[in-house]
Design a binder for this molecule. Structure first.
Ligand SMILES: Cc1ncc(COP(=O)(O)O)c(C=O)c1O
Length: 389
């Protein structure tokens, strides 16, 4: 088995989560909409999970809509809210957002919406100056989407200050969303607090917090008007039709109950291991990205000049280490990371990017083994490059 250092791509299922899910994959197979006892058993499980997820982010259960993934929740916000406007408006989003936000926003242009891309600084932070520039336009955006923590760099965004700034402009009729998929479980996420600062909706995903794939949520302020992307039998208050994936939702709820335990113990341990990793990577000549900004404690993103990230990844994979080059969701895409390009990293260096993301099974010994494997892979590749030139 590989040493897994790709927790931002997905996490292993916690065994307590698996135990909570198993009955709903066997004996408790009822449809949560059925009006008999097996159906009621499933319904109660879904509603308990809704409470568990709500509690984990300081929201009310009525503010939680379950979806099939973070991608769907982000699309539900952008496309679902845009659909309630009778005329096309402007959508503002960070240049470093996940592709499921970027591409959902770009799709809106087919319906006449305009895009306002908020620039990032060299450390990967969306700047207040960029927000002010967008706000100074005669026509202010109706939709905003800005992530809490970036999946590639781990850099935290000043979502509260930016939402407050947008709110202070005094224009009404806009909706502000944050993608908290990477932040949730790694740093405290408080919807009530964000909501008070002017954030109306927030996305979470189970498989980044030791829960299953295929369950996620959009948490939103009840004032938000939303058109469902999937019409049908009216599940999830009519906002997301389709028979609920009860086992996955139960797993999401169980994983959400573990978040406070993880937050109490993990960040300091992960950060110490990350520092050990980065000191070693620097010694080998790495350029680190976003290292001067506040970051998630588990994420490290770096490159070595003249070395392709994908080639290095394959070498490390063969040596038994699972890491990512750029964003996991776009690893099939050889283009340099849009996040690094938005930070002004030269394309040649950006092509070398390697993301290492740590989690609760990571140990200091694994970091040392990884650094040894990295050193060997780099010197092999440098020898090859020397031979070819
Ligand atoms: C920041 C961010 N948003 C959204 C997503 C998509 O979530 P899901 O995989 O649940 O569709 C990811 C997944 O990598 C992510 O990192």
């Amino acid at each position: 088995m590989s040493v897994y250092l790709d927790y931002n791509a997905t996490t292993p299922l916690d065994e307590r989560v698996l135990s909570a899910m198993l009955p709903y994959l066997s004996a408790r197979y009822g449809n949560a909409s059925s009006r008999h006892e097996p159906g009621r058993v499933a319904r109660r499980a879904v509603e308990l999970a809704r409470e568990q997820v709500a509690v984990a982010v300081g929201a009310h259960p009525t503010e939680v809509v379950f979806t099939s993934g973070g991608s769907e929740a982000n699309n539900l916000f952008l496309q679902g809210v845009a659909a309630t406007f009778s005329t096309a408006g402007t959508v503002a989003f960070g240049a470093i957002e996940h592709p499921c936000v970027l591409n959902a926003a770009r799709q809106l242009t087919r319906r006449g919406w305009r895009l306002a891309e908020l620039p990032a600084d060299a450390e990967g932070r969306i700047t207040l100056a960029g927000v002010d520039a967008v706000l100074s336009a005669a026509k202010k955006p109706e939709l905003w989407s800005l992530m809490l923590a970036n999946n590639e760099t781990g850099v935290l965004q000043e979502v509260e200050s930016i939402a407050a700034r947008v709110g202070a402009e005094g224009h009404s009729g806009y909706w502000f969303h944050t993608d908290a998929v990477q932040a949730f479980g790694k740093i405290p996420v408080d919807f009530r607090r964000l909501n008070q600062a002017g954030v109306h909706a927030l996305t979470l995903s189970a498989h980044k917090i030791y829960g299953p794939k295929g369950a996620a949520a959009l948490i939103f302020d009840k004032h938000l008007d939303l058109m469902p992307l999937i019409a049908g039998g009216g599940q999830e208050g009519g906002l997301r039709s389709g028979t609920e994936n009860v086992a996955a939702i139960v797993g999401f709820g169980a994983a959400a109950t573990l978040v406070s335990e993880h937050l109490a113990h993990l960040p300091a341990r992960l950060q110490a291991m990350r520092e050990r990793l980065e000191a070693g990577a620097r010694d080998l000549g790495a350029t680190l990205f976003g290292a001067n900004a506040a970051r998630l404690p588990n994420t490290s993103y770096f490159a070595f000049a003249g070395i392709e990230g994908d080639t290095l990844l394959s070498r490390l994979d063969r040596a038994g280490f699972a890491v990512a080059s750029g964003s996991a969701c776009s690893s099939a895409n050889p283009d340099p990371s849009h996040v690094l390009l938005a930070m002004g990293v030269p394309p040649n260096l950006a092509r070398g990017a390697l993301r290492v993301s740590l989690g609760k099974e990571t140990t200091p010994a694994q970091i040392d083994d990884f650094l040894r494997a990295l050193k060997t892979a780099l010197s092999d590749l440098q020898k090859l490059t020397a031979l070819q030139s």
